[in-house]
Design a protein around this ligand. Sequence first.
Ligand code: URA
Length: 435
Amino acid sequence: MRMVDVIRKKRSGAELSAEEVRFVVEGVVSGEIPDYQTSAWLMAVCFAGMTARETAVLTLAMADSGDRVDLSGIRGIKLDKHSTGGVGDKTTLILAPLVAACGVPVAKMSGRGLGHTGGTIDKLESMLGFRTELPRERFFAQVNEIGVSVIGQSGNIAPADKKLYALRDVTGTVESIPLIASSVMSKKIAAGADAILLDVKFGSGAFMKTAEEAKALAQAMVAIGREVGRRTVAAITDMDQPLGRAIGNAMEVREAIDVLAGEGPDDLRELCLELGGHMVALGGKASDAAEARRMLEEAIASGAALRKFAELVAAQGGDPAVVERPDELLPQAGLLVPVAAAADGYVHGIDAESVGLAAMRLGAGRAAKEDRIDHAVGVELVRKRGDRVRGGDTLALLHVRNDKGADELARQLAAAYRIESAAPGANPLIYEIVS
Ligand code: URA
């Protein structure tokens, strides 16, 4: 088989055979196919698309390109959750203990943040002593003992995806539904979960700018799940403003504790109850998402969810008293710089990408993989969509160590707010569930 023929076939819009798709993935991983041919093939896929069958074969070939995690040492239906990337998205910090408190085991491997989006592992590490690297046996034993563990992604998971993603990033071929769907699902399948809940975001801070694009991506991923025998449900959710009010590692842990304690911002709590409902139903502990939601509400009201978070923190080396004394035990930046509204009106949206980039420039995130982060700093959104503001009102607060460069960032943040004279219409947080 010759790569040039496979490129030509894809360019003409024809469906590739399973052998041809596997030939590409194997050649990419072994290095036998040069980057210029892989890039040409990726561009052909961008223009010509892939059928559901081709996408499933590509996904499995990528999942099989490295280690497959065997979770059979953990009892029960193992669930994984994935978000296609958001700003202020601390749902894993809430959902892992919340769902575990309802009896569904959560063995979660998460990543670090890069660019404008944050990472669960960085957030957890803002708690002093919290270990995110555990030996596999310890990870399994902890899930069997307390029902939950969250650790950093380790091992050689889907190396074909790493290689393809690096090329996509520099060849303008990221935005292709079969390529995104296979990239996400190959990693989830290799990570070993029985069932997968996907949160597919759309809006200014997301890959998918419209609900329709997000729905097409969700359908492609659910179809892959069906094809490979992993129950998959996708929620299509709004990212036209960051989630919750806190963007920054320790600040997000604090907000997660608030939600687990029955407080916290409405949008974040609502999304967690909705996503958590589907997770508990997928985990077989409730007959449907509505019954599951009642279980989650009860776990919050009874304090079981917060206790489970404290157990998780203690099991991984942190101080469980963080749930009672977050102000004392989480790092704080010390200085608050207000961001003022330039005009009167209503907040219609907050550009999530700009907010994420501002938090990154403050030191909460990384521009490059090797950058060190400051867990204490971040952005607090005082006003959100629908709020009425007057010129000079505080829209947001920068949590900083000192005021160096803060004025410029405050101006950028003010520009991220879309303020108009009329009140905005209602905009549902959860647009649709695809299952
Ligand atoms: N996230 C992924 O893991 N892969 C993509 O292609 C896009 C987002």
